[in-house]
Design a protein. Structure first.
Length: 644
């Protein structure tokens, strides 16, 4: 279970007199304000690592507020990029929350070891401490028991240098070998497939426990001598290096490390790549978020549910183990855009709240459906909401209800319908059952297929419904289906951003890029497909687009274009996208020529790229004639440059 984390209100109302007197006992904390993963760049491109945000609030705030609930009294936050205005702001904000707190920049830091060596060299901390080696970390709980046991262990045995905290995991983890009598680590390595670990006969007689289901937390309790270990050996770059170094030289160093299972009310999680970043947001959203908040028990009992939160948006996603899931965009008054969707097949009781409305499991939304404001609504389980249905405020829809915009046909004696406002509520007659439970899984499928499937438009509907349940046919998704879904989500994201008060604000642009990237990850879309979709959607985001409006969009969203079109290959895809647009609607040809000219003036398209593209265009392509003047002008410009 993920413990509840601090709410936004607690963040804003923390008692500023928390530490007004010098504490009798002191305990430190070093926060590494960076993520040193070589393959991961900051999700919010405009901010350095130390400024990354979760749910619109800086992660450093979450960490410091959580630390204020622990026995930690002295804190050092060090980053390779820490703007002075931020250091001044946080110094004032948290001055009274700890006995001593330092915000420091070390531009040359490239690893955790560099940070700890600098802390030692500047004499910023000289006490036992908690190490948080990654700024993309969430912690909850007070860790009082863990710190107290570490301090007691240090009194009994000064050789006890590091305690690694862990939780039990359902997934196979790295291998630990632990002496069950004293929790001392006997072996520790990072490669679960490594052949270096050999279990010998005496392992079965020496009271050892071999574990591959323990997940280490990104939070280490360290003795102050750890600073010296890093200072004396510059090959050590992170805390795991130190642990392996100690294990390899245990007899020489006369110190040891051990493991301890974290208390039930404490937790920590980190991210070192984009997938883990999504998971980090998931863990926060499972704990507390408004207006969309799942029932805690339903989420905890279903390991196949992943929840994702980005700036001003709420998502419900899925992992690859459970593909029976889809989502639809919903605009609410308290959130710029939210998502609700079909519940994964192992969690039919998952409930969601939108404003003051609740949606109970397996609600099926069809194209054209909407929750316009959806205030004070209660929607039951196994509800089907049909085409072009708008749910007004203050509605209660009972379990197993079917809602359509049209009444039952006269010759259909299986159902009766009752008008309720602008929609009809259908009910079954006799022994007709709408839902049938799958005996081999915890899900339902619709057995009255002809109500929900238009056979004329979709000839494969029978096969799809037979092979999947009503809550999704994702298990037979093709690459094209994924791309189409991705394109819909990109368009939804762009439209939602345009509806905001300032669609060209840096924060909104960063959020839009994150939403597009998250959709890319969910649907596993190739980067070429992403580039083509982004450009095609952007250029056609509004109907009857004028050049004035399109020029405004291209100028305002120039950072988005540069984000996705930043090398020779991707830049050429801009012209491919324009070709596709004109191929489908040749009346847009002259408008697209203006786009090409504008992107050339903005130094996004080069002369040679446009010239090469034009010369390869088919003679009968509408763009060939409309862009001829631009082509000749570019050729002349190129010749003039050559003459000079």
């Amino acid at each position: 279970m993920v413990p509840n984390m601090l709410s936004k209100e607690e963040l804003e109302n923390l008692d500023s007199t928390l530490l007004s007197e010098e504490p009798v006992k002191k305990f430190g904390c070093v926060i590494v304000g960076d993520n040193f993963s070589k393959t991961f760049t900051p999700p919010l491109l405009d901010d350095p690592w130390v400024g990354q945000k979760l749910c619109g609030l800086p992660l450093i705030d979450f960490i410091l507020i959580s630390l204020a609930r622990t026995p930690v009294t002295n804190v050092v936050v060090m980053s390779s990029n820490f703007p002075n205005k931020w250091k001044e702001y946080y110094s004032k904000k948290y001055y009274n929350h700890f006995w001593k707190i330092n915000f420091v920049e070390q531009k040359t830091a490239n690893c955790v070891g560099d940070i700890l060596r600098e802390v030692r060299q500047r004499n910023l901390l000289n006490m036992d401490f908690i190490l948080i080696p990654n700024i993309l970390t969430l912690i909850s709980g007070d860790f009082k028991k863990e710190i107290s046991e570490f301090e007691e262990g240090r009194i009994k045995n000064h050789n006890h240098l590091i305690t690694c905290l862990y939780v039990q995991s359902h997934d196979s983890q790295n291998l630990f070998v632990i002496n069950s009598e004293n929790a001392k680590i006997v072996n520790f390595h990072t490669d679960v497939k490594s052949r270096k670990t050999k279990i010998k006969k005496n392992a079965f007689t020496e009271n050892l426990q071999y574990c591959s289901n323990l997940k280490p937390l990104p939070l280490w309790i360290c003795g102050k001598e750890v600073f010296d270990v890093f200072g004396e050996n510059f090959d050590l770059t992170d805390i795991e290096d130190v642990m392996r170094h100690i294990l390899a030289n245990e007899e020489v160093m006369c110190v040891y490390t051990c493991m301890r299972q974290v208390s039930g009310n404490s937790y920590a999680a980190e991210a070192n790549d984009f997938i883990e970043w999504i998971g980090l947001q998931s863990k926060f959203l499972r704990s507390c978020f408004y207006p969309l908040k799942p029932i805690q028990v339903a989420v905890d009992n279903n390991p196949n549910v992943n929840l994702l939160q980005l700036y001003h948006s709420v998502y419900i996603g899925h992992n690859r183990k459970d593909l029976n899931f889809r989502s639809k965009g919903v605009t609410t008054s308290n959130s710029r855009r939210s998502y609700i969707g079909w519940v994964p097949n192992k969690s039919a009781d998952l409930q969601l709240e939108i404003i003051d409305s609740s949606i109970a499991g397996a609600v099926n939304l069809v194209k054209g459906s909407s929750f316009k404001h959806c205030k004070n609504c209660k929607i039951g389980k196994e509800v089907f909401i049909g085409n072009d249905v708008t749910i007004p405020d203050n509605q209660e829809i009972h379990d197993n209800a079917m809602i359509f915009s049209k009444p039952v046909e006269h010759d259909d004696n299986r159902f009766i319908s009752t008008k309720n406002g602008n929609y009809y509520i259908w009910k079954t007659t006799k022994d007709v059952h709408l839902w049938q439970k799958n005996k081999e899984a915890f899900n339902f499928k619709c057995i009255v297929k002809d109500i929900f499937t238009n056979f004329d438009e979709n000839k494969n509907s029978d096969d799809e419904v037979d092979n999947t349940d009503h809550i999704g046919d994702s298990s037979i998704k093709t690459e094209q289906n994924c791309l189409e879904t991705f394109a819909i989500e990109v368009k939804d994201s762009m439209l939602a951003t345009l509806q905001s008060s300032n669609p060209f604000d840096k924060g909104n642009i960063s959020s839009l890029i994150l939403e597009i990237n998250s959709s890319k990850m969910v649907h596993n879309v190739h980067m070429d497909g992403v580039c083509l979709t982004v450009m095609t959607t952007l250029l056609q985001i509004e109907e009857n687009m004028t050049w004035k409006r399109l020029n405004e969009l291209l100028t305002g969203w120039k950072p988005i274009i540069k984000n996705y079109f930043n090398d020779h290959h991707s830049i050429k895809l801009i012209l491919v996208a324009i070709e596709d647009i004109v191929k489908n609607n040749d009346t847009l040809s002259k408008l697209m020529v203006k786009v090409i000219h504008m992107l050339y003036n903005e130094d996004i398209l080069s002369e040679m790229v446009v010239i090469e593209w034009y010369e390869k265009l088919a003679e009968d392509h509408r763009l060939k004639a409309d862009s001829k003047v631009l082509y000749e002008w570019l050729c002349q410009d190129t010749e003039d440059d050559s003459d000079e």
